[in-house]
Design a binder for this molecule. Structure first.
Ligand SMILES: Cc1ncc(C[n+]2csc(CCOP(=O)(O)OP(=O)(O)O)c2C)c(N)n1
Ligand SMILES: [Mg+2]
Length: 814
């Protein structure tokens, strides 16, 4: 037992340590605040474009960060600078580099200048695109701007812990120790009070309660969403009260709800300690409603809050500024012999914070401008050289003078000047002109890497690099329903990849509405193949979050028509992830759905134009049968990229030859399948309509028309080898068929073939498209016949093209 002396000694060491922590927190809070204040000035003076800052939210974030451990994940929004600093993932210099949009990933690791300031992330991949040890760092998934858009992915980040904890084979697997330590990781969500009005917030909260995942959701409640106050946002005026029906109890699962105040350091620290312990140990989701939060500088640099806040509110925000309250708390603590700090000490910390931040800001500005300065000097020199030998000397010198006196030029100024100069000397020929034009071309390449790289994976596992393996068939022809091929292929994949999980509405117990997962839950367990609620947006979010933590999810969207509920998050989050982090993060999520024709307005849509135009960054596979679909899953499982596979809805009960190398044959991405060759016309299609084209080709043969049939197979990427134009060289005629609306995916394909592949050059007849009617497809066989392309329509369209070429041989049918 300790003597009294020893005891007081220990207490005094404890107190010293405690004081050091408190003062370090005070210092960080002030540095973060100064960064917000100076950041706003940088925008208002034109050095940065836009600013949205974390002032007023500092203390709550510092309290949260104390519970953030290595391996944990954040999925938050633009107010979280202090949290990012507190977990050691954002320096002040990086903060300003983000604001200036420095494109050097070493200097601006959040997004390499691609995202506006306030959007945070960590580097989770190495330079080759391989996973880093995520258990050796604190992680943040990359932010997106749409309010509430962080919620779906948050659910998946939390679910990954549950999967790792419950699926011991995976959780203990040596390859997965860089993602988990027995599933003890917590996913931290943050959101503003107003953004809780968004649907994905409610969807994710409900699902988290159902699924019992370790997710700690913090709401920074500053009472406003830009100018719109809480009473227009939240029923009952309090998000914790509105969600109180989801509070867990002895009889039902749900989540724990905590409330605290944004200025109350001690209470916040105690709250987060308790909240996170419950989440981590019990795998229970938590809501921490942080009330009484302020916004000292208003919403963003786009306006001032004096326009919509009352003077009472503005005065309250001054009085309850969390930094002032923290200061008061320190000064009043405790009343005993030793105090935490004197006024002077705190003044000194505040003054020092200002200096530290100013220095970091200046350094970031210097780093941002030095490359541009070099480029300006080089370009000016090249233009000077050109001027001296050019007939346009005077005009060029005017441009030079203008660029030389530009205050803090950006790359656009340099490029615009150089390109104008090159236009001035368009009729001249000189080594100096060549030097300038080469410099521009070379720098376009550099800027393409800066601004346009990493739409897709650039790693060795990029899905487009996976080599094809043909399906092998027994000599004796064995036919099976398409769904059996998928099911048996899934079986092989589930055996081969321990991290593969398959989930969606009705995917688990009954094995999918089309039975393509029949019996797989029984065989592989509920952690591998499982059901979800009806909530397409967060099904995708589960997939994104889990894929970011090493799991290989295949998320099912029951029908293609319901992809609309999911497309926002696919487009905003999944499709942009590699790009917005410049290769710093990936989510190799496979989305499986089924579509095209069946019956009725919401069961036979084929909105492929919408899909290809909103999902750049995701591969889009449109197989015509289930063997092809299985081949795509096999390919995608070897890659490290997100993809959408649309199975043809009418193919589950169609008989196909079953390959013997299930799980191993691989359909390459971006390679068309030339199924039949003919000399008269090239017909290009995909998915269900391709099968109609095949049937139409037989009829056309009876009419003495021989067609080449090309299945594009994947819309993204599209015909990498330009095989379609090779076919046009032989047939000189083109018909594109699909069942999207007019100018949907047909327009996309036409542009690719005519413009990108220069197909126009080989045509003897106008290119033709055949798509569905512009309305939604009506119910029933006749509804389908009169609104979607039929075999008759395809035959007649092809015939018409031939008629126009040779009316004698092909007289008009009508
Ligand atoms: C989907 C979407 N709608 C609108 C916006 C524009 N917007 C940006 S922030 C914001 C207000 C958010 O308020 P709140 O969630 O309370 O966060 P705060 O800024 O107050 O911290 C709005 C409407 C957006 N980014 N995304
Ligand atoms: Mg708000």
């Amino acid at each position: 037992m300790a003597t009294t002396n020893e005891k007081s000694n220990t207490n005094s060491i404890d107190f010293k340590a405690f004081r050091a922590v408190v003062l370090a927190d005070f210092q960080l809070a002030w540095e973060s605040r100064e960064a917000s204040l100076m950041g706003r000035k940088e925008v208002l003076t034109g050095k940065a474009k836009f600013g949205i800052f974390g002032d007023g939210k500092e203390i709550a974030q510092i309290a949260l960060a104390k519970q953030f451990k290595n391996g944990d994940f954040r999925s938050g929004y633009y107010r979280d600078q202090t949290l990012m600093m507190a977990i050691g993932q954002l320096t002040l210099e990086q903060y300003f580099s983000g604001l200036y949009a420095n494109t050097d990933v070493q200097i601006e690791p959040q997004s390499a200048g691609r995202q506006m300031g306030g959007h945070y992330s960590t580097r989770n991949l190495d330079a080759q695109g391989n996973w880093k040890d995520l258990m050796a760092q604190k992680n943040s998934s990359a932010d997106i701007s749409p309010t509430g858009g962080q919620m779906p992915r948050l659910l998946g980040l939390a679910q990954a812990s549950k999967i790792y904890r419950e699926n011991k084979e995976l959780g203990n697997h040596p390859d997965f120790q860089k993602f988990t330590n027995g599933g003890n990781e917590v996913a931290f969500g943050t959101i503003g009070d107003a953004s809780t009005s968004e649907g994905p917030f409610w969807e994710a909260m409900n699902a988290a309660g159902v699924m019992q995942v370790p997710m700690v959701m913090s709401v920074w409640d500053d009472g406003y969403g830009i100018s719109v106050p809480r009473e227009f946002q939240t029923s009952t005026g309090s998000i914790s009260q509105a969600l109180s029906g989801m509070q867990r109890s002895d009889d039902h699962k749900g989540f724990e709800i905590f409330e605290s105040k944004g200025w109350d350091y001690a209470h916040l620290c105690a709250t987060y300690e308790k909240a996170v312990r419950i989440a981590r140990e019990e795998h229970v989701p938590i809501l921490v409603h942080v009330k009484e939060v302020s916004q000292p500088q208003g919403h963003s640099t786009s306006g001032s809050h004096e326009r919509y806040k009352s003077s009472d509110r503005l005065n309250w925000e001054i009085e309850y500024d969390c930094l002032l309250k923290f200061r008061e708390w320190i000064l009043n603590f405790p009343k005993g012999e030793e105090s935490l700090a004197t006024e002077e000490i705190l003044d000194e910390i505040q003054a020092k914070a200002k200096v530290t931040v100013r220095e970091a800001k200046n350094k970031a500005w210097q780093l941002f401008t030095e490359g541009i300065k070099n480029d300006t000097a080089t370009c000016l020199q090249l233009m000077q050289n050109l001027a001296s030998s050019s007939a346009q000397k005077a005009e060029i010198e005017k441009e030079i003078a203008q660029l030389s006196k530009a205050f803090e030029p950006v790359r656009k100024d340099i490029f615009s000047t150089a390109r104008r100069v090159l236009r001035l000397v368009r009729t001249e020929d000189s080594p100096a002109k060549l030097a300038l034009s080469n410099w521009i071309k070379h720098n376009f390449e550099i800027n393409s890497e800066r601004y346009s790289s990493f739409l897709h994976s650039q790693s060795k596992e990029a899905a487009t690099k996976v080599e094809a393996v043909a399906p092998i068939f027994d000599e004796e022809v064995k036919l099976e329903d398409g769904r059996i091929i998928l099911r048996d292929n899934y079986k092989k994949l589930l055996e081969k990849y321990p991290a593969l999980i398959v989930f969606g509405e009705d995917a688990g117990k009954i094995g999918g509405v089309n039975q393509s997962l029949e019996g797989l839950q029984d065989q592989f367990g509920e952690h591998r193949v499982f059901d979800t609620g009806i909530r397409e947006c967060t099904i995708i979010g589960q997939g994104i979050g889990m894929a970011m933590r090493g799991i290989r999810p295949i998320a099912e969207i029951q029908y293609l028509d319901y992809l609309l509920y999911a497309i926002q998050i696919m487009s905003d989050d999944l499709a942009t992830l590699q790009y917005r982090t410049k290769g710093g993060q990936k989510a190799p999520l496979i989305i499986s759905t089924r579509g095209h024709r069946l019956e009725g307005i919401w069961h036979s849509g084929s909105p492929m134009g919408m899909i290809v135009n909103s999902l750049r960054g995701i591969h889009v596979c449109v197989p015509r049968n289930m063997t092809k679909a299985a081949g795509f899953y096999n390919t995608l499982m070897e890659g490290d990229e997100p993809a959408l596979v649309i199975e043809p809805l009418n193919g589950y009960r169609t008989k196909e030859r079953i390959p013997t190398n299930l799980g191993a044959f691989k359909e390459p991405l971006g390679k068309v399948d030339v199924v039949q060759k003919g000399i008269d016309l090239t017909i290009v299609s995909y998915g269900s309509t391709f099968n109609l084209c095949e049937a139409a080709a037989k009829v056309l043969l009876e009419l003495q028309i021989e067609v080449t049939l090309i299945d594009v197979q994947t819309l993204i990427p599209f015909d990498i080898n330009h095989d379609i134009v090779s076919s046009l060289k032989e047939t000189n005629r083109l018909l594109i068929v699909d069942e999207d609306v007019s100018s949907g995916a047909t327009a996309y394909m036409l542009d690719k073939i005519m413009v990108e592949q220069e197909g126009y050059y080989h045509l003897d007849a106008a290119p033709a498209t055949l798509s569905a009617k512009d309305h939604r497809p009506p119910y029933g066989t006749d509804g389908d016949y009169f609104s979607k392309p039929s075999i008759d329509d395809i035959v007649e369209k092809a015939y018409q093209i031939m008629h126009e070429s040779n009316p004698k041989q092909f007289p008009s049918i009508y």
